[in-house]
Every structure is written in structure tokens, then in C-alpha cells.
Design a protein around this ligand. Structure first.
Ligand code: GUN
Length: 300
């Protein structure tokens, strides 16, 4: 391996420390405790793990955590009513409705019912539009974490060629907007891109966000490029024993690390940054709601 390993776990701990310091200041100077409400509908095991981690880290940062677990067959109207209640609750500064939602619920309708000022996911159509036009918005947590790592590693990103693989609303599209905001030349590649290997070979920065295990091999990577691997894929690991699994990214770590200048590992790269950025967004939302100066280093 020749690439520098970008340690998302350590960087996320730094962000969480910054968040905790700001929370202490908000309590001591303003008598306010930031609050995050997380809504989970159904029993999806991966979502349950994420929601538990979010609640735990919210508490550890000194904030209030409000968890709402609803059954899988919750009517859409009940979920919308809960979101409206949270919108009106002054103790709640951030609202996150865990996705995916059960098929009978219109996720877009739910997201667009969240008060944009409390939309710590940055998925509300108003925040999407603000980000797309370069205005102050709530920024989606995973792309925000990726950008923080890129800035930390590179300093300025101006003029660099960036290729984002994946065009999801959660990662690919907002990531592309953020990189444009940093004056990168941005290409968004996806499943229909004709020559993906050649496209990726142009990139000084590769963001892999497709959800396909180890899809990007080292020979797609330009020597010295920075690789940010957003994928978190669980695959069988028979070498660890029968029925065992391991986590891998969207990039083949071994071969990419031979060529790249820097790379994020999976696990321990983008993953820990996402929840740290959720906490950061909650503090940002709280400060904006109260008209208090926004803390440095928690958003872009
Ligand atoms: N499910 C997977 N990622 C996310 C995320 O960033 N936000 C929400 N609300 N749900 C998710």
C-alpha cells in the first residue's frame, strides 16, 4: 500500500469533540440544549442499528435525543402528523426520518413535510434547491463528511477533476453540488455511463457511491488520486468461518491503495463521519433557530 489512509474514525471523533464543546457553550451561555428527533418506521435491522448509534452519540455529545419507533403498518397520515408535532416542538432542533420507509408511505411527501430549518438530513426540496444554487442550506450528512475529509486532506480543491460514481439524491447529487461549490470540474457517472473506467481515470478525486461491493479496481485510478469510498457492503467471509461476513466498500481497497495518493478505508472512513455530521447539523440548526452565531468548522 502506498496511499495515505484517511482516518474517518479519528476525524469523526474530532468533529464530535467540537460538537460537544458547542453544546456546552449553548447550555452555559444561552440555557439551550440542542435536541434531535429520529423517527424509525418498521423493523429493518440495518436501520435499527443506525438509529441506536445515532441516539447514543447524540447523548454522548450532551444533546437531547428523541426516538420515535413506529410499527411497519403505520398509516402515512400518522407519520405526517408526528412530523408536524416535531416541527412545532421547541425542544426539537433537528428531525431525521430514517429511510427507507415502508412501500405504502410516500417518502418525498414525508421529507417535504419536515420544517426545512429542522431538516438535518438536507433532503427537503428547499434545502436541495438552496444547495444547488450555492446558498446557505442544511447539507446532507454523508456528502458533508466526504467534503470535510477532502478539505482536511487537500486544503483547496479548486480546479481539480472530480468524478462522482452514483447519482442518488442522498449522496451522488449533493456531493456533485458541493464539489462544484469548491470549483472542481465535476462528472457524475452512473450505471449507464459508457466507459466508466476511462471516466474514472481522469479523476483527481473519486467518490464511489454506488453500493456495489469492490466494484472499482485499482487500474481505474489515476496515480496519486484521492479515493473516497462511500460504500458499506456486507459480503460473505468464509475465511472467517461458516456464515461469517465482513464489510467492504465500493472500491477494491488493496488494488486502489497501491495506486491512489490517499484513500478512505471501509470500515473506518466515511461511515463514522456521517453520524458526526448529523450531530454537527443539529447544532447548526439549533444556532440558526436561536439566531446565535454559527460555530466554526461544523458546516461548509
Ligand atoms: N438511510 C440511509 N442513509 C440515510 C440518511 O443519510 N438519512 C436518512 N434519513 N436515512 C438514511
Amino acid at each position: 500500500m502506498t496511499a495515505t489512509r484517511i482516518d474517518g474514525k479519528a476525524f469523526a471523533a474530532t468533529i464530535r469533540d467540537r460538537v460537544a464543546q458547542h453544546v456546552t457553550r449553548l447550555k452555559e451561555d444561552h440555557g439551550i440544549t440542542p435536541g434531535l428527533a429520529v423517527v424509525l418506521v418498521g423493523e429493518d435491522p440495518a436501520s435499527q442499528v443506525y438509529v441506536r448509534n445515532k441516539g447514543k452519540q447524540t447523548h454522548e455529545a450532551g444533546m437531547q435525543s428523541f426516538e420515535h419507533r413506529l410499527p411497519d403498518d403505520t398509516p402515512e397520515a400518522d407519520l405526517l402528523a408526528l412530523v408536524e408535532t416535531l416541527n412545532g416542538d421547541p425542544a426539537v432542533h433537528g428531525i431525521l426520518v430514517q429511510l427507507p420507509l415502508p412501500g405504502h408511505i410516500d417518502a418525498e411527501k414525508v421529507i417535504n413535510t419536515i420544517d426545512p430549518a429542522k431538516d438535518v438530513d438536507g433532503f427537503h426540496i428547499l434545502n436541495v434547491g438552496l444547495l444547488g444554487t450555492g446558498q446557505k442550506s442544511m447539507v446532507p450528512c454523508t456528502p458533508l463528511g466526504c467534503l470535510m475529509m477532502l478539505r482536511e486532506h487537500h486544503g483547496t480543491l479548486s480546479g481539480l477533476e472530480a468524478v462522482v460514481i452514483g447519482r442518488s439524491n442522498i449522496v451522488g447529487k449533493p456531493m456533485a453540488q458541493l464539489l462544484l461549490g469548491e470549483s472542481c470540474t465535476v462528472t457524475v457517472a452512473h450505471s449507464r455511463t459508457r466507459d466508466l473506467a476511462e471516466t474514472v481515470r481522469r479523476a483527481d478525486i473519486v467518490i464511489a457511491a454506488v453500493g456495489r461491493p469492490e466494484m472499482v479496481p485499482g487500474d481505474w485510478i489515476k496515480p496519486g488520486a484521492t479515493v473516497i469510498d462511500v460504500g458499506i457492503n456486507r459480503v460473505p467471509a468464509p475465511e472467517k468461518g461458516e456464515g461469517k461476513t465482513r464489510l467492504v466498500g465500493d472500491c477494491d481497497f488493496e488494488s486502489c491503495a497501491e495506486v491512489a495518493g490517499a484513500i478512505t478505508p471501509v470500515p473506518g472512513g466515511v461511515g463514522p463521519m456521517t453520524i458526526a455530521c448529523l450531530l454537527a447539523n443539529t447544532v447548526t440548526a439549533c444556532c440558526r433557530a436561536q439566531g446565535i452565531a454559527e460555530p466554526e468548522g461544523l458546516t461548509v
